[in-house]
Ligand binder design. Sequence first.
Ligand SMILES: [Zn+2]
Length: 201
Amino acid sequence: MRKIIRKPCPTILLEPYSRKNPKPRWIVYGERYAQQANRSYYKYPKIDKKKLSHLLLPILMEQTDDHCSYCDGFPLMNADTTIEHFKPKAKFPMDVCNWENLYVACAHCQSVKGEQFNELLLRPDDITYHFEAYFFYDYTEHKIKILPNLPPHKLEKAKKTHEILAFNHKAMVESRRQSYEGFWDKPDYPSVLLKHRFIFE
Ligand SMILES: [Zn+2]
């Protein structure tokens, strides 16, 4: 999981919802979704006839140079470009449009993470997060491993993140191996077009 620098919250989420209800839009959207009886489905509201998700996705994509926020997969296909909620929206409805809770992630990572959430889960855009502070890359096995001798509070976070995001899922290991073997000897290849960029950094 490569470090991400989060872009500032788009003003469209911070603007007052209406004159009568001047709370920021994202709060009002959260309150409404929290009142929704069946939260298995979320329909993004429209602002000036544009779906909110269509306004936010390009910014989330730009934030990761069009890569998955968790595995750094690239390129993202049509099925990958749905908004991923770090805190699952059904359990945390107030965060459904909370900018800090929104990421872009590939279909694989969205599916392994599913509805799982734990307070220990590391965020790629946490200002204190760095891959090298928790993990290292095993270039023989192409597995992401937890650093030895981490203090207990960091070890717990590393373990939980590794488990929930299934860093060493068989397909992911193979994808990283192919990426490494295809590009390790091509230092001039534009890094922004590589997947799993942390392997090469
Ligand atoms: Zn991914």
